[in-house]
Structures are given as structure tokens and as C-alpha cells.
Design a protein around this ligand. Structure first.
Ligand SMILES: *Cc1c(COP(=O)(O)O)cnc(C)c1O
Length: 406
């Protein structure tokens, strides 16, 4: 061996030469985690073929990597993405998905119409950020098809809605809004995070773009921040993808890998959480000190008939309720049930409680919140998979403490 032989094993610097993966006639049963940022091609001709799509091959992880491809394919199957669309795109967060969809499709001079109870950061994007780029936005009540149609302008180029709103769980008039988009040739973007593909599949009903915060129910364990967006039209997919890659919205391979593992049990978690949510809603409804319970599966929900038409027997895993006694009662409730995390998220495998007045809706101020029916005693529950009797006991303890504080 000459001194110039770089493969010499006794020179530590040569360890950077990548080793071949060991041969094995048996294969791993788990999706491999591939953190590689770059992919080595054989020669410039091969790289040409890759970029021109004649052969498939990864080049640079910001543009795509195997863990994102595998995860997106599984969510595509759940969301029933039309095959012609080319499949979903994984992004670093749900908000990256919302942003990429809007900025990928819109240009200066365009107008976007949003639901008036969108996720807080989506509202902020529409009303504060897009105008800085010459894109105007307005909001309308998606439970009122007439109001929504009246808010369309000649320059409206996108509609963004959520099926079930946060935190009052109002149900959008999906049939009317999707028909409106179709008639006027305006793409309808549906953020399906609250409903999940188990509750509702927007593509089946004619939606153009579907968005998920995978952070929530799909990954399901409060340990991953990820988003997903898919389009029916391949040109729209391409525009969203290019914007996302250019602006660096890439997800980490590890997050995709972890989310894939979470996704395996999504249907089991969802069904169990939904059954628990229905029980919890009925349990809370009869209790002293509870002034209101909102659950789409209950006949007393303001949109119950529409919920039944859109979601069928599925009421979802979210329940909201209002306590008598305002902030003092709210403080007493969370203090008396510390086993249930008081945390502003949803979709975790364990139940979490959120208080919109002090978190997601604090920037609205008291009047803005009052318009939506959100008081200091208002809570939103993302119901988890716990044994229901244990959960009901926790809530009973919380409610007893809340009554004592009034
Ligand atoms: C959480 C959420 C988002 C944002 O998702 P992140 O992953 O937190 O960025 C968007 N839309 C809805 C409906 C959400 O609940």
C-alpha cells in the first residue's frame, strides 16, 4: 500500500469515506431514517436525467427526501388525493403548508377570501402579511353561504376554509362553498386539520387543495411539527412545491419518520378519542356550573344538521364548553385537574385543555371574543385516548373546584 492510498484504514481522516451499507438477505421492517442532505450521482449525464425526470433520484434534501416521500404517500392515501395531482408535499409545519399554498397560487393584485374563524396564524397571514405583498384578503362566515358568496370579488383567486372552526366548532357550509368555487372558477383550499381525513375528505367533495397540520392528530404525540399540502391540479401542485422549496419550508427527515410512526395508529387513536369526546360532551352537558357545551355530534349544537350531513355519525375529537364564573372558575378548573395538560395544542394522544381567551384568541380583545361567543369561562378540549371513566373523574374534580371559586 502506498502512502498515497487514501483507503488506508489507519489514517483517521479516511474514515470520512462513506462505507457501503452491509449486505443482508433479510430486510428491515421499519422505514429507514435517511438524514442525508445530498445524494451522489454517478456522472453529469445521470444528473441531467434526474433533473429532467427521465430517471428518479434525490439530489438535495431541501428539494425532497425519502422520509418525506414515504409519509406524504401515506397521507395521500388517507386524503384520497386524485392521482393526477401528483401527490402531497410535506412541509416543516402546518403554517408552512398554509403559506405555501396561498403564496404559491396567488400574486399581487389578487384577493383571497377566508373563513372568519380560521386558525389564528392563518387569520394573521391573511390580514397582516399578505397585504404587504399586494394580496388583499377579507373574511366571511363560512356557515352562511349567502354571506360567503357576497364577499367574492372579481379579483378573488382563492378561498381558504376550515370545515370545523376553532374553538366554537361551527361547521362550514362545505357543499355551498365548494359549489361557489366551482361555478366561479376559484380554487377552494380546505384546511382539514380539525376534521382529519377520517371525519371528512375534501377531495371527495371537489376541493382543489387540502392542507393538514400533521403536528396535530395525524402525528398525534405532540413531538413533531409538520405540515402537508396536496392539490388536485398538477400545475398548482408544482407552483406550491416550487415556492416551498425556494423559501426553505422543508421538513426534517427525522420528523417525517416520527410522524409516519404516529400515523400508523391514527385511525385507532381517532376513533377512541371521538368516542371519548361524545361521552365527555354528554357528561359535561348536564353538570352544574357548565353553561354551554359545543359538540357537533350533539343535537343541541347550532350546526348539528349540517354536521350530520357532512361528518355523518362522526362528531370528532374536539369538545368546547363554558363555565359559569369567568376567569376565577377557569383558573380553579385547570389547577384542580393537573393530570390533563393545560396546553394550547390539539390532537395529542392525551387530552389537552385550552383556554382561548388567554391563548389562541387573546389578540382579539374582549369584544372580538364576545362576538365569537368566547368568554373567560370558555374551554376547548382536545380529547385523548384515556380510559373514559378516569377522564370524567378528572373533569368532575375540575368542575367542583370551579364551582367553589365562584
Ligand atoms: C395547528 C393548526 C395549524 C398550524 O399548524 P402548525 O403545525 O402548528 O404550524 C393550521 N391550521 C389549523 C386548523 C391548526 O389547528
Amino acid at each position: 500500500m502506498s502512502d498515497k492510498d487514501l483507503s488506508r484504514r489507519d489514517i483517521p481522516e479516511n474514515l470520512v469515506r462513506r462505507s457501503a451499507w452491509p449486505d443482508s438477505v433479510s430486510r428491515a421492517v421499519v422505514t429507514p431514517l435517511q438524514p442525508s442532505v445530498v445524494y451522489a450521482s454517478e456522472c453529469p449525464d445521470q444528473l441531467d436525467a434526474q433533473y429532467e425526470g427521465r430517471v428518479s433520484g434525490y439530489t438535495y434534501a431541501r428539494e425532497g427526501h425519502p422520509n418525506a416521500t414515504v409519509l406524504a404517500g401515506k397521507i395521500d392515501a388517507l386524503e384520497a388525493v386524485p392521482a393526477a395531482g401528483g401527490g402531497g408535499i410535506m412541509l416543516g409545519s402546518g403554517m408552512a403548508a398554509v403559506t405555501a399554498a396561498l403564496l404559491g397560487l396567488l400574486r399581487a393584485g389578487d384577493h383571497v377570501l377566508g373563513g372568519d374563524q380560521l386558525y389564528g396564524r392563518s387569520l394573521r397571514l391573511l390580514t397582516q402579511d399578505l397585504p404587504r405583498f399586494g394580496i388583499t384578503a377579507s373574511l366571511a362566515d363560512p356557515t352562511d353561504a349567502g354571506a360567503f358568496a357576497a364577499a367574492i370579488r372579481p379579483e378573488t383567486r382563492a378561498i381558504l376554509i376550515e370545515v370545523v372552526s376553532n374553538p366554537t366548532l361551527r361547521v362550514a357550509d362545505m357543499a355551498a362553498i365548494l359549489a361557489l368555487g366551482r361555478e366561479r372558477g376559484i380554487p377552494v383550499l380546505v384546511d382539514n386539520t380539525f376534521t382529519t381525513p377520517r371525519g371528512y375528505r375534501p377531495f371527495d367533495h371537489g376541493a382543489d387543495v387540502v392542507i393538514q397540520s400533521v403536528t396535530k392528530m395525524l402525528a398525534g404525540h405532540a413531538d413533531v411539527t409538520l405540515g402537508y399540502v396536496a392539490a388536485r391540479d398538477p400545475a398548482q401542485r408544482r407552483a406550491i412545491y416550487d415556492f416551498a422549496v425556494t423559501t426553505g419550508m422543508t421538513p426534517s427527515p427525522f420528523d417525517c419518520w416520527l410522524a409516519e410512526r404516529g400515523l400508523y395508529s391514527f385511525h385507532l387513536r381517532y376513533d377512541r378519542a371521538e368516542a371519548n369526546a361524545a361521552r365527555l360532551a354528554d357528561h359535561l352537558a348536564g353538570r352544574e356550573g357548565v353553561t354551554r357545551v359545543l359538540y357537533p355530534g350533539r343535537p343541541d349544537h347550532p350546526d348539528h344538521n349540517r354536521a350530520a350531513a357532512i361528518l355523518g355519525p362522526r362528531g370528532g375529537h374536539m369538545v368546547s364548553f363554558e363555565l359559569a364564573g369567568g376567569r376565577a372558575a377557569a383558573n380553579a378548573l385547570t389547577r384542580a385537574m393537573p393530570q390533563v395538560n393545560f396546553a394550547p395544542t390539539l390532537g395529542d394522544i392525551a387530552t389537552t385543555l385550552s383556554h382561548p381567551a388567554s391563548s389562541s384568541h387573546r389578540s382579539l380583545g374582549p369584544e372580538g371574543r364576545a362576538r365569537l361567543g368566547i368568554s373567560e369561562g370558555f374551554f376547548r378540549v382536545s380529547v385523548g385516548v384515556e380510559e373514559i371513566e378516569v377522564l370524567l373523574r378528572d373533569f368532575d374534580a375540575g368542575l367542583a373546584a370551579a364551582r367553589g371559586a365562584v
